[in-house]
Design a protein around this ligand. Sequence first.
Ligand SMILES: *[C@@H]1O[C@H](CO)[C@@H](O)[C@H](O)[C@H]1NC(C)=O
Ligand SMILES: *[C@@H]1O[C@H](CO)[C@@H](O)[C@H](O)[C@H]1NC(C)=O
Length: 245
Amino acid sequence: MSSSKFSTPTTFLLIFVLLFKTCFGANPLFHFCSSSQNFTANTPYDSNLRTLINSLIYKTPSTGFGIGSIGQYQNQKAYGLTLCRGDVSASECKTCVSDATKEILSLCPYNKGAIIWYDNCMFKYLDTDFFGNIDNTNKFSLLNVQNVTDPAMFNYMTKELLSLLAYKAYVSPNMYATGELKIGGESKKLYGLTQCTRDLSSSSCKKCLDDAISELPNCCDGKEGGRVVGGSCNIRYEIYPFVKG
Ligand SMILES: *[C@@H]1O[C@H](CO)[C@@H](O)[C@H](O)[C@H]1NC(C)=O
Ligand SMILES: *[C@@H]1O[C@H](CO)[C@@H](O)[C@H](O)[C@H]1NC(C)=O
């Protein structure tokens, strides 16, 4: 009978935690656990991965990008990369990377590789060197289900804006660009964003973004908003301003 004494406070706590998470903590957009190999707790890979994560949490916020590897021997070495969206503050970036690393370790506890995305950041790790290569494997899209009234025109404008922003991103050192475009004669606007991980060369960033733009007809044809999100780059458009500043 003594257990019932605790049931009410426990329930309250649970509701509070759920509310707290909903209001203040962002939820991940998506994740993949690599299917290749698992590691065992308390092995060198485990400790290298944890050391890597701590260093990325420390390194990323100042520039919005972190990259590194920890470990001496090839089969024990962990490679990781973090990227915050170009407009997020250092403190938001730190919170996001810290949440992302915790969350992915609980979603993919013993996977030697995984990737997770949030609105504000992404984190990827692997037991092999993936730096500088375009990630064609880990990719997803999101859309706003609302239809636009003139799809042909709207799709054209979306492609125009994102192609311009792709160019702006791959020629800029931080590989990030945002912009807007007036749609028709109305006061309506289209807002866009493009971003690559900064381990890519300018030409790989271009290729990654061009590929993402070419997927828009498959995911987001005539939709008011859409994103194509991958391990090396992402694009997004909306009919409302979604970036800060
Ligand atoms: C890795 O672990 C997961 C979950 O425990 C299991 O389902 C999967 O089969 C394992 N993979 C390998 C390659 O051992
Ligand atoms: C958008 O258009 C598609 C195809 O014409 C239709 O099936 C869908 O229900 C529409 N969505 C909304 C939210 O109106």
